[in-house]
Design a protein around this ligand. Sequence first.
Ligand SMILES: Cc1cc2nc3c(=O)[nH]c(=O)nc-3n(C[C@H](O)[C@H](O)[C@H](O)COP(=O)(O)O)c2cc1C
Ligand code: SF4
Ligand code: SF4
Length: 254
Amino acid sequence: MIYFFSGTGNSYYAAQKLARLTGDKCVNIASIFKGTVSSVSGKSDVTGFVFPVYFSGLPEIVKRFASHPEIRSHLGSYVYCVITCGAEMAAADKKLENALGREIDFSIKLRMPDNYVIAYEPSDPETAKERIREADAKLDKIAEVINQRGRYRNTNFKKDFLTAVMYPFYNLFRTTLLFRADNNCVGCGKCESVCPDKVITIKNGKPVWTKPRCQHCTACINRCPQKAIQFGVGTGKRGRYYIMNISGNSDKED
Ligand SMILES: Cc1cc2nc3c(=O)[nH]c(=O)nc-3n(C[C@H](O)[C@H](O)[C@H](O)COP(=O)(O)O)c2cc1C
Ligand code: SF4
Ligand code: SF4
């Protein structure tokens, strides 16, 4: 079984392709928490995790899922993770190991388009297409390793240090206080439906963020068709990124 989490489609894309190449099935961690997926049966001897790196560490929902006793007790004998990133996964794989309470056999970073519009300009369509092309070639090789139950880890002090310094900032930035919908909002409800954390509710035709913290996945801000969602200062001037707009991939991630 391949468990994935994805805000803007990169990790979903990678998980789907790996499932095809390894003859496995993939399931969205967010759908499990939302209760929209009940049971899916994939390969039981292999467990894969595919998700984005956040602040050199794990999305909170992945950490919560991986540390759940039921998941820990149903892991395959071979466990791997593919961590999508804009540049560097650092020691996010070690954070996953801590959550799972066991060693991972194979971990690898997969460079994909940048989506973090809150801090910087996301990848433009040309750069995004190029990165997806490179990722496609790398995914073919990753699948070969998985099919041979290969073992590979690339850990070092620099990666550990980066994660130790950066990851604490994730909790600070996960605040929803700085989100707002501007006057371009037409009340379509897309942000509510794409939020993997069930944080957004439409009230009086506008989104309201109902919890103090969220996954900080950027799905709402990147996928609003009106570009009406802003976070703090700076996002108004930036573009938006969602893989569907680049690759024509399926819009459904369950
Ligand atoms: C909150 C947040 C933090 C991020 N932190 C990092 C990071 O530390 N290193 C990095 O290379 N990319 C970082 N990124 C970029 C994403 O990991 C990358 O674009 C990923 O492929 C997005 O996957 P998704 O489309 O499945 O959500 C970050 C993105 C977000 C939204
Ligand atoms: S997706 Fe955008 S336009 Fe639609 S309700 Fe949310 S903020 Fe408004
Ligand atoms: S509120 Fe937006 S950024 Fe936060 S989890 Fe939901 S979709 Fe992601």
